[in-house]
Ligand binder design. Structure first.
Ligand SMILES: O=C1C=c2cc(C(=O)O)[nH]c2=CC1=O
Length: 513
């Protein structure tokens, strides 16, 4: 969430988080790389438009008007410079002056060669164990951030991958209302609203960039899992990819996979909710996964169909009031999976993204924990690919993305929680190849025909066939008639000739040779 340089008493007290790029003449002399024109320190802009009615505890949560409870000054970078100190490049740009354009290709995991698969799995594991070079996480609410002695900022180091997990947890955590009081759950800064697609897009971009830096490979791209197979098996759950099922416990990962050794974070939600603490970087149990194994819910035992994706892409309106999980005819609510694939809201339905989560039936199916299972990354790159295809087809029409009255965190100009430096939902509502430097290598399924379309085609085909039959019949009759007319006298003549002479015995001139 915040750069290590800002996790200090001074920075928190001043509200300024504008680290040096290179402190040329001592600390504080090159804030945001100002000396080389990279950027400058400015006031943070926050969204103060009204939010929807779901959240009723204004003033009680650190995530309101993010990130103002922690910092009110941030770096604003020039040109293609980016990052917490303007020391990196905007997505899609690379090189020392960020002037080299780059396109990262996100490919189907199943299309990777054996060597590429091995490299990807190893890269994920490296990210799981490598400490994030720049970012630390708060382990207490703002109220308690200076620690018991008032002088010890409560931040922790965290690994690159666990930071990815933690950011998701922090965005969905309940609002703590005080000891002895139930925490409030009607709040979610990354789901059940228009920011679902924009938030998860940035979440992935951030992991991809962190992994590029870790690997020192600016071309590294996250693959995707095309979960719309319509199957009741997990085709990426093999030991060379995300791990097969263990032979000893149906809900564990095989020991031949490195992922069986991963340990999850943010498991103790009851503790956080009762004590008012925040998940930290402590790891606990293994990843649990039992694809298609939820016997109590047959509906989540099969993955979405390819046709569901095709249908979802036909929903042309981005989002509809109340911009929540009960929106109908909303592309966002359809791809998120609270509506049926044609866009109709149905409280009993779980489709597309939600269905893929629930199908995993374990760590990957619980919102506060799900990114602990690395399948999360691949499930969400595919969801993002669908979003990008929608943006392309409908020319990124943002007119139905609400500026106000969306659930808290979901307004168009809201800074996505808990990212730093501040980035709005708006900024992720752009086609990826042209604006964010990545594209998907994917072929979209064609849409099956609707009943009315099938009836129309059948009628037209039948009419054409009848017309052809009539034309052919008329043609045959005309040809026959012409032939008859042409041959009639000759035939009669010949016939008469034969009938007069022929007695069954050929004459010498008629003999057959
Ligand atoms: O991790 C997630 C788990 C989810 C479960 C549902 C559901 O529809 O019940 N939705 C989820 C979203 C997640 O991100």
């Amino acid at each position: 969430q915040f750069p290590r340089q800002c996790a200090t008493v001074e920075s928190l007290r001043s509200g300024m988080c504008c680290p040096d790029y290179i402190p040329v003449f001592g600390p504080g002399t090159d804030r945001c790389g100002v000396s080389t024109g990279r950027g400058r320190c400015v006031q943070v802009t926050v969204d103060s438009r009204p939010h929807g009615p779901q959240y009723i505890h204004d003033g009680r949560d650190d995530r309101e008007q993010w990130p103002i409870r922690f910092f009110n000054q941030t770096c604003q970078c020039n040109g293609n410079f980016s990052g917490y100190n303007c020391g990196s490049c905007r997505p899609g740009w690379t090189g020392p002056t960020c002037s080299q354009q780059i396109n990262i290709v996100r490919r189907n995991l199943l299309d990777l060669s054996a060597e590429e698969r091995r490299r990807f799995v190893n890269a994920l594991h490296q990210a799981k164990v490598a400490i994030h070079p720049d970012i630390v996480i708060a382990t207490r609410r703002r109220e308690e951030i200076f620690g018991p002695d008032g002088n010890t900022p409560q931040f922790e180091n965290i690994s690159i991958y666990n930071y990815f997990v933690w950011s998701h947890y922090y965005s969905v955590r309940k609002t703590f209302l005080g000891s002895g009081q139930q925490s409030f759950g009607g709040v979610d800064f990354s789901h059940e609203g228009p920011a679902f697609v924009t938030w998860h897009r940035y979440h992935l971009l951030q992991l991809e960039r962190d992994m590029q830096n870790m690997l020192q490979d600016p071309t590294f791209g996250l693959p995707y899992w095309n979960f719309a197979t319509g199957q009741n098996t997990c085709d990426i759950c093999s030991d060379d990819l995300m791990g097969a099922r263990s032979n000893f416990d149906v809900s564990l990962i095989s020991q031949n996979s490195i992922f069986s050794q991963w340990r999850v974070i943010c498991e103790n939600v009851e503790d956080y909710e009762t004590l008012g603490t925040i998940c930290n970087s402590t790891e606990s149990g293994p990843i649990r996964r039992n694809p298609a194994g939820n016997v109590a819910r047959p509906m989540v035992q099969r993955l979405p169909e390819p046709e569901d994706v095709a249908q979802c892409l036909e929903v042309g309106v981005f989002d509809t009031p109340p911009f929540y999980s009960n929106s109908t005819d909303s592309f966002r609510n359809t791809v998120e999976g609270y509506s049926d694939p044609s866009g109709k809201y149905d409280p009993a339905v779980r489709s597309l993204h939600n269905l893929a989560h629930l199908f995993l039936n374990g760590t990957g199916g619980q919102t506060h924990l799900s990114p602990n299972d690395p399948i999360f990354v691949l499930l969400h790159t595919f969801t993002d690919a669908v979003f990008d295809e929608w943006l392309r087809r409908y020319s990124a029409d943002i007119s139905t993305y609400p500026l106000e009255n969306a659930p808290i965190g979901h307004n168009r100009q809201y800074n996505m929680v808990p990212f730093w430096p501040p980035v709005t939902n708006n900024e992720m509502f752009v086609t990826a190849p042209e604006n964010l430097g990545y594209s998907y290598e994917v072929e979209w399924p064609g849409r099956a025909l609707r009943v009315t379309e099938m009836i129309t085609i059948a009628i037209v085909t039948a009419l054409v066939l009848v017309a052809i039959i009539f034309a052919a019949a008329a043609c045959i009759i005309r040809v026959k008639k012409n032939k008859d007319e042409l041959h009639q006298p000759l035939l009669t003549d010949q016939y008469q000739h034969y009938s007069d002479d022929y007695d069954g015995i050929p004459t010498p001139s008629q003999s057959v040779v």
